[in-house]
Design a protein around this ligand. Structure first.
Ligand SMILES: Nc1nc2c(ncn2[C@@H]2O[C@H](COP(=O)(O)OP(=O)(O)OP(=O)(O)O)[C@@H](O)[C@H]2O)c(=O)[nH]1
Ligand SMILES: [Mg+2]
Length: 420
């Protein structure tokens, strides 16, 4: 199955815990603190890979969690860092934040990487908390916990030339003749169900051709396979518009042309404005020559027309030559414009206070930080907690909300008395 859009959940690895430990000497009760730090959690990294063609993997597996850091060890041993999780995506994958819709990256070049989530920091071991006044800290820090994030992966194929046209006009046949691609070809509508890419060469000039499912009138309203696949030629530099000039299916070639143009325009005016070469295909069929004359008259030289038979190979080189000429006049494909993404740790210092009778509950990311850093059994640590509560304005806020000496304050599951 071809998948060109997926929503996945990613999470960087948690940091490993720091530990509390003391040096053991033979014959001595206890030495100094030697608890090591926890390891850092693994990052979530995306890399663009030219050998991957779709996003099917991300359709079947939607949750990706990088490895957590390991806890520290005695003897000041650092915990092992968690491995990064590297997710390969095809060229042209646009990664967006599900929540904000912002583009995080356009994976445009082979090997391009982007770190979307950074692993949690390891907690500090108790050895780190020793100082002149505190010789034997009986506490250590837990590792930093990471949040999950949802991202949208969307493939917008990168190619030089896009093939458009009604079903069954010979787009895939043409692709198979000018590139090494081997798409499915058959004499019925909607043979092609997902985009095919191929590389064509003309006297040392290479260009990438994208073949997409055929369009019909009303595609923009969902008729046939719809116009969703136009996404895969949105980033091409020019179009080759294939027309069944023989009218063997009973349609008028010029009507076909107009209908396809209308569908392109309703998807994106910019796409409809791309330079085009018209391939008047199936010229080997009896009567095609006359129809071609009529078609050219109606078209009024809006685009160059190449008379062709994809089946017999007539004029294939002529077409390639013209494509190369047009490509020389149009700018290269550019990645999307977006603000450079830099991972930022979520705001960790917010808090909210809820009042339930005489009880006040303080919640928020600040509380999580305090939980990691404060050890209630340690006097210094408690003093630190009080200082933070005062500095961050929590005490003042509590007072304003009506907290008195009778009130109970709950912070991170622990109960405190309110002493102003
Ligand atoms: N006579 C003749 N038949 C052709 C020519 N080009 C393609 N065909 C035939 O037309 C039919 C459709 O060809 P495809 O290449 O599958 O057409 P398509 O435009 O890719 O069709 P969809 O994928 O359904 O949109 C096949 O039976 C081809 O053999 C041609 O130049 N002359
Ligand atoms: Mg096809």
């Amino acid at each position: 199955m071809f998948v060109d859009r997926a929503i996945i959940t990613i999470k960087a690895g948690d940091g490993g815990n720091g530990i509390t430990s003391f040096i053991h000497y033979k014959g001595k009760v206890a030495g100094g603190p030697d608890g090591g730090d926890g390891g850092k959690g693994g990052d979530i990294i995306f890399v663009a890979d030219k050998d991957i063609s779709g996003l099917a993997d991300y359709y079947y597996q939607t949750k990706y969690v990088a490895e957590s850091g390991e806890a520290g060890g005695p003897k000041n041993c650092f915990g092992k860092s968690g491995n990064d999780l590297v997710l390969k995506v095809p060229l042209g994958t646009v990664i967006r934040d599900k929540e904000t819709g912002n583009v995080i990256a356009d994976m445009f070049n082979h090997g391009q990487t982007i770190t979307v989530l950074v692993g949690g920091d390891g907690g500090k071991g108790n050895a780190r908390f020793a100082n002149a006044r505190r010789h034997a800290p009986h506490f250590s820090q837990t590792g930093e916990k990471t949040e999950t994030k949802r991202v949208i992966l969307e493939l917008k194929t990168i190619a030089d030339v896009g093939l458009v046209g009604f079903p069954n006009v010979g787009k895939s046949t043409l692709l198979s003749k000018i590139t090494k691609a081997r798409p499915k070809i058959a004499n019925y509508h909607f043979t092609t169900l997902s985009p095919n890419l191929g590389v064509s060469e003309y006297y040392g000039e290479n260009f990438v051709v994208a073949d997409i499912p055929g369009l019909i009138e009303g595609a923009s309203e969902g008729a046939g396979l719809g116009i969703e696949f136009l996404r895969h030629i949105e980033r091409t530099r020019m179009l080759v518009h294939v027309i069944d000039i023989s009218g063997v299916e009973g349609r008028d070639p010029y009507e076909d042309y107009k209908k396809i143009m209308a569908e392109l325009k309703s998807y994106s005016p910019a796409l409809a404005k791309l330079k085009q070469i018209i391939v008047a295909n199936k010229c080997d069929i009896y009567g095609a020559e006359d129809k071609l004359k009529e078609f050219k008259k109606q078209l009024k030289y809006k685009h160059p027309v190449v008379k062709m038979s994809a089946i017999t190979g007539e004029n294939l080189n002529e077409l390639k030559k013209k494509i190369v000429e047009v490509l020389a006049t149009v700018p290269p494909v550019k990645p999307l414009e977006y603000e450079e993404f830099k991972y930022e740790k979520p705001e960790r210092l917010s808090y909210e206070i809820f009042k339930e009778g005489e009880t006040f509950v303080v919640v928020g990311s600040l509380v999580e930080v305090l939980k990691r850093n404060v050890v209630l059994s340690d006097m210094n640590s408690l003093a630190y907690l009080q200082k933070v509560l005062r500095d961050r304005g929590i005490i003042a806020e509590l007072r304003k909300m009506g907290a008195t000496e009778k009130s109970t304050i709950i912070i991170g599951g622990e109960e405190f008395e309110f002493i102003d």
